[in-house]
Design a protein around this ligand. Sequence first.
Ligand code: AP5
Ligand code: ZN
Length: 217
Amino acid sequence: MRIILLGPPGAGKGTQAQFISKEFDIPQISTGDMLRAAIKEGSELGKQAEGIMNAGGLVSDELIINLVKERISKPDCANGCILDGFPRTIPQAQALADADVAIDHVVEISVPDDEIVKRLSGRRQHPGSGRVYHVDHNPPKQDGVDDVTGEALIQREDDKESTIRERLATYHQQTSALVGFYQDKAKEGENAPKYDKFDGTQAIDEVKNQVLSALRS
Ligand code: AP5
Ligand code: ZN
């Protein structure tokens, strides 16, 4: 099963991807996590991406498309994958379609802008695995420490309020058009991807139950 998670920054894509990955035993492919890993490594890709990410913009379509194509051709994606944060522009979605990468389900998670700013300031992440927590809504068992590895959690560079606002503006300008793109595709008939929209302001478990039940059906 191949799934696209669509939604603004902080909607809960990464949070729900972790549940879906466990339930269906398919990997989460987060382009954001891949880029952050590249920055940490100091690779050429990381150098090109860092300034853009910290300013709340988008890395070039060409770089991202190549990165994703390479990743989804790996053996662990044989039974499917969860695309978290990709595609994010019409050209990226078109590149998937042109490469005949069939999508089974598009999951949109919707959250209003003002809620997102509040939410992202409380996010903490384990940099090694990408696991996400929230100081109030999904706290780790021990303050500031990852549940699985016991390593320290960090706050993301782009979770400053001014950058969050830029990321939201970028979402509305360049990514929200994908809602119409995939809603139209879903009407194309038998092999078309299903499209479902979820209210991401509900509690994490409630969103999880609704998403998993839609994916099972
Ligand atoms: P990326 O890492 O994808 O960031 P994003 O889309 O801005 O999304 P986030 O990771 O911030 O949010 P999320 O929806 O995953 O929410 P989460 O589950 O963490 O991309 C970063 C940057 O990389 C981009 O800005 C861009 O520069 C670049 N990039 C990436 N992909 C690209 C592409 N395809 N093309 C070009 N550039 C690209 O949840 C957020 C917080 O809320 C957590 O603390 C969580 O615990 C909490 N939470 C989650 N759900 C709930 C709930 N229901 N109730 C209360 N709290 C909740
Ligand atoms: Zn994420």
